[in-house]
Design a protein around this ligand. Sequence first.
Ligand SMILES: *Cc1c(COP(=O)(O)O)cnc(C)c1O
Length: 382
Amino acid sequence: MNIENIKTPCYVCEEQLLENNLKLLDRVQKESGAKVILALKGFAMWSTFDLVSRYLQGCTSSGLHEAKLAYEEFKKFDAGKEVHTYSPAFKEEDIDEIAEISDHIVFNSPSQLMRFKDRVLEINPNISISIRVNPEFSSSPADLYNPCGLYSRLGTTLANFDESVLEHIDGLNFHALCEQNVDALEGVLEAFEERFGKYIKGLKYINFGGGHHITRKDYDVERLIEVIKAFKIRHGGVDVYLEPGEAVGWQTGYLVATVLDIVRNGMDIAILDTSAEAHMPDTLAMPYRADVRYSGEAGEKQYTYKFGGNTCLAGDIMGDYSFDVPLQIGDKVIFEDQIHYTFVKNTTFNGIKLPSLAILRKDGKLDIVKEFGYEDYRDRLS
Ligand SMILES: *Cc1c(COP(=O)(O)O)cnc(C)c1O
């Protein structure tokens, strides 16, 4: 593939890298006995679901739209795949359709469960019902991504757990991690079992949520397998689910942009045809600095530039990067690892064009699977 010919901005997901991640996740399934489902929140490039559905057991969704995507675009490849739907609070107007297309429904509170359980079972007698609990174990790297932080609305704490839900549920869910290794999971499990372990007997499954950075190089996969196996043994062979999002899309591709202009104000500033705010939102929200191919830290190589987006937001800045040769207008810039939590969060802020979506096939062919234009901006407004 020739990067120079790509119309930018464009996300490029490499099929081979995605499959490598899926194979590793599948090894976890096979060796630990857990089921792994994709959290659509982090990665929802459905044109890859043919491939993803060959390895993962289903999808986890947060509400009606993600559930529909899982049902229509994932389950179509295999009716045996599962749609799990959780929402911090389900709405009356959505619940019937959600019940119809979901295999599992996860309530966030005893009040939501009691309110909707009969209706859901009437519509779909085979649906599994569970409740999300808050293990009150926090080790998340940032408050924005900490589901167990102070005043968290996500999951029911033990103090608010109503034992009368037990006769209605098949499982328990927790989600407490963010980009973490297995040692953090062990901490969560200890807290979870201390509080809720007494309720596991008789349940069909426990869902360990997401945030497991399984496909990161330093992740201790062997230990994860051991931890899951030991958990299952402690609890009479109960089924275990993992629902990673980020780990599926981790390091599977990049965002390609073009240098539109280079201006000077105290330093060289390159203006790109993309946006941190609209296209790489976690760089501002987390925040973190995305790697750029062939670049170093500011000052590390001879020519340093501040990279800015093509919106009028002053803070639409990706960071400072240095290169061995001066940048030219028209040069391509490649932001690494931009396939998770990017296009699922994109906005048309400032009317800026949404990046295209492309898949680099294993044979080297580049398929542009989606392009956006003015209509996508207009149609979201009125
Ligand atoms: C966000 C989320 C996930 C996926 O988290 P990752 O960090 O992308 O692995 C899984 N389950 C729930 C309930 C979530 O909110």
